[in-house]
Design a protein around this ligand. Structure first.
Ligand SMILES: Nc1ncnc2c1ncn2[C@@H]1O[C@H](COP(=O)(O)OP(=O)(O)OP(=O)(O)O)[C@@H](O)[C@H]1O
Length: 559
């Protein structure tokens, strides 16, 4: 059976004057589209909007979503990039499903329904010498709260040399100060169900229970969703700790201060974290989603790897954005309407960032919203970011789907300056091309002396090795055919000398071939997970990346 990955469509036409983007090392933004199942599928042709790197069809499983979207992120993390995964899309389109999993799935007995976050964290935990800590921030109505510390307000600031310059401080300014609910003696009417009032009520109840338990000489269990971590496993970060923890991932210009960092030592800790974040988030029900997230959720995972006496620190940021929403459709009113307006505003600010980056504008307006400030790290320095554009296939959502895909398309136009470790400096590019070619040859010969991994013949069943080799051969043959097909289609399209029928045939052939590739790739991936496959050494991978990057730069010089 075919895996549920549809191939990308024919490449979008490029202007002939544009430099060739042949090296993927120049693209540090990856775009995936995940289509949510619907009982009323639309006839909208997604392929006419976007050239994403991956498309996941409605029947794609969580396993496939992980294999397709997360594996490259883990690789980038290993290579020293600071990585981010951001789920974007209309309300109800499956962002939370993709990042966390469906409701009630965050249990140790249902790993097959877990979303990307529990899977990625569990996978990181299983790497030797790796330790993890995490913090979780909610951006609600343009203000930041600590999801691991009873949603207490957080300050967002820009980093000065040795200090944090406060940019936004919810404790002293912003809507919250005037909005403390009735339960807190604020301005809200009695019976108000807004998040501030609800939280204040919950806190009061908890304090009361605690007080009663103390009087009886016993301690009540910690409230669910507030602090499920075992004693001694949590640490409250100092203002600098969160920033220090982001360590090697490239310094953030903006950061929250004082959020709680928790250590993750086991799969149970990971699930506790995910459940806490899920339960503590601001959610509400409306016509388009029973459990709609009303805030953006940013979970920062600090990964420390110690190998051979050397320690490396990276950050992996997982973001479940609140969904864009047409108020006329979700039919929200009152507080929920103002939530929706605020969500749409922050997403528009994100859209402006993407627009500025893709047009290479000098000014990128990160300061426009708390969300964009906190995402700045994902667009600069040594960062690799994967956007998952979630869309609903239902015909009634065509307009929103188009908008989300257009956003994805703009993301595809962003080329940021991905900085690879120990790579060729820009100044060396000004040297003559022959010198670069010589350098490349030197690097290739160096690569050949490093451990490239491969098949461990002795430890293996010969039939499996034979099949693996055959599949690898088929894969490379098919990729060659796809490249050829792309060129033909591109030339035909550019010269306008092909009829629409011919183009359609080409597109179909391309699609079929890509399906075959995905099927074989899936088989190869599964085989590589068996014990007979030895991973290339870290030095080999690094050198290989440097070579790819240099090849890309050379191609651009030629172009
Ligand atoms: N690929 C999928 N397969 C099966 N069910 C899905 C899929 N994607 C989403 N759903 C279901 O659809 C419902 C809405 O999804 P979800 O809450 O993830 O949307 P969302 O984009 O996070 O919405 P919001 O922005 O309003 O929070 C959930 O019940 C979820 O489990």
């Amino acid at each position: 059976m075919l895996p549920d990955v549809t191939p990308p469509p024919l490449p979008a036409r490029r202007k002939s004057s544009a430099p060739s983007q042949s090296s993927s090392s120049y693209i540090n933004i990856t775009v995936g589209v995940r289509i949510r199942p619907s009982s009323n599928p639309s006839s909208l042709d997604l392929t006419s909007f976007i050239t994403p790197h991956h498309i996941l069809n409605p029947s794609a499983t969580q396993d496939l979503s992980y294999a397709t979207l997360a594996s490259p992120v883990l690789q980038k993390l290993e290579q020293g990039y600071s990585t981010s995964i951001v789920a974007y899309g209309q309300t109800g389109s499956g962002k939370t499903h993709t990042i966390f999993g469906p409701p009630g799935s965050l249990r140790s007995d249902s790993p097959s329904s877990w979303g990307l976050m529990p899977r990625i964290l569990s996978s990181l935990l299983s790497s030797p010498g790796t330790s993890l800590s995490a913090s979780a921030v909610e951006v609600y109505q343009d203000l930041a709260y600590d999801l691991l510390n009873s949603s207490s307000p957080l300050t967002v600031g820009s980093k000065g040399k040795n200090q944090l310059n406060v940019t936004r401080n919810v404790a002293v300014a912003g809507p919250l100060s005037g909005k403390q609910g009735a339960s807190n003696g604020g301005a809200h009417p009695a019976g108000c169900y807004c998040c501030y009032c609800e939280r204040a009520k919950m806190k009061k109840q908890e304090d009361f229970k605690r007080m009663m338990a103390e009087r009886r000489g016993e301690m009540p269990p910690m409230s669910k969703g507030v602090d499920p971590f075992k004693a001694g496993k949590t640490s409250r970060s100092s203002p600098n700790a969160a920033r220090r923890a982001s360590g090697g991932g490239g310094g953030a210009d903006y950061a929250t201060v004082g959020e709680r960092l928790v250590n993750l030592r086991s799969e149970e800790d990971v699930l506790d974290l995910c459940r806490t974040v899920e339960l503590s988030r601001n959610t509400a029900s409306h016509d388009l989603n029973d459990r709609s997230s009303r805030s953006h959720c940013l979970v920062s995972v600090h990964v420390t790897t110690s190998v051979g006496g050397r320690t490396r620190r990276n950050k992996c940021l997982l973001v479940d954005l609140a969904g864009s929403e047409r108020i006329a459709k979700s039919k929200v009113e009152g507080v929920r309407k103002s939530q929706a307006i605020e969500i749409n505003k922050s997403l528009t600010a994100l859209g402006r960032i993407i627009k500025s980056l893709s047009s290479r504008s000098k000014h990128v307006p990160y300061r426009d919203s708390t969300l964009t400030m906190l995402l700045k790290d994902s667009f600069s320095g040594k960062a690799s970011t994967t956007f998952i554009v979630c869309v609903s296939r239902g015909g009634e959502h065509d307009e929103e789907t188009k908008r989300s895909l257009e956003f994805g398309q703009r993301l595809g136009g962003v080329r940021t300056n991905a900085v690879m470790a120990a790579t060729v400096s820009d100044s060396s590019l000004s040297g003559d091309r022959d010198a670069l070619v010589r350098m490349l040859a030197g690097m290739k010969s160096e690569l050949s002396t490093l451990d490239a991994g491969g098949v461990d013949e002795e430890a293996t069943n010969p039939a499996a090795v034979r099949k693996f080799r055959k599949d690898c051969g088929r894969l490379s043959d098919m990729r060659g055919r796809i490249r050829h097909l792309e060129e033909v289609a591109y030339k035909a399209g550019e010269g306008r000398n092909a009829s629409s029928r011919e183009l359609k045939e080409l597109r179909d052939a391309y699609r079929r071939l890509n399906e075959d590739v995905e099927r074989v790739k899936y088989a190869v991936d599964r085989l590589t997970q068996r014990t007979f496959w030895r991973e290339p050494s870290a030095a080999w991978k690094r050198k290989n990346e440097e070579i790819k990057e240099l090849e890309g730069r050379l191609a651009m010089l030629r172009g």
